[in-house]
Design a protein. Structure first.
Length: 108
């Protein structure tokens, strides 16, 4: 968390952790990017806790944090093959704006 807090544009109200008795099980980090717009940097939920709505709750909390900071737009990046995440983001209201193709180095 200390490293996340040092990021330019860090928004505490858009950054959340979910904890259980055994430790942390989910997180989202939000920052204010150029524009100004909200940028969701990471959404993660431990595999044993997926399917419970935690990812949706984290994204919504981040979006609420952006609104409280006066930001009216937000974006994120996701790998197209991450079907569950793409579906989650669509259900929350995100839409695809562009698709980027990144070069992958050949492995020997």
């Amino acid at each position: 968390m200390c490293e996340i807090r040092r990021k330019p544009g860090f928004l505490p109200g858009a950054t959340w952790l979910i904890a259980s008795a055994g430790g942390y099980v989910g997180t989202v980090q939000g920052i204010m990017d150029h524009g100004p717009v909200g940028a969701i940097q990471n959404v993660g939920v431990l595999s044993s806790y997926r399917g419970l709505g935690l990812g949706r709750a984290l994204v919504r909390r981040a979006l609420d944090g952006f609104c409280q900071a006066g930001l009216r737009r937000a974006y994120l990046e996701v790998t197209a093959e991450n079907v569950a995440a793409v579906q989650l983001y669509r259900n929350v209201g995100f839409r695809r704006v562009k698709t980027l193709y990144k070069a992958v180095a050949e492995q020997s």
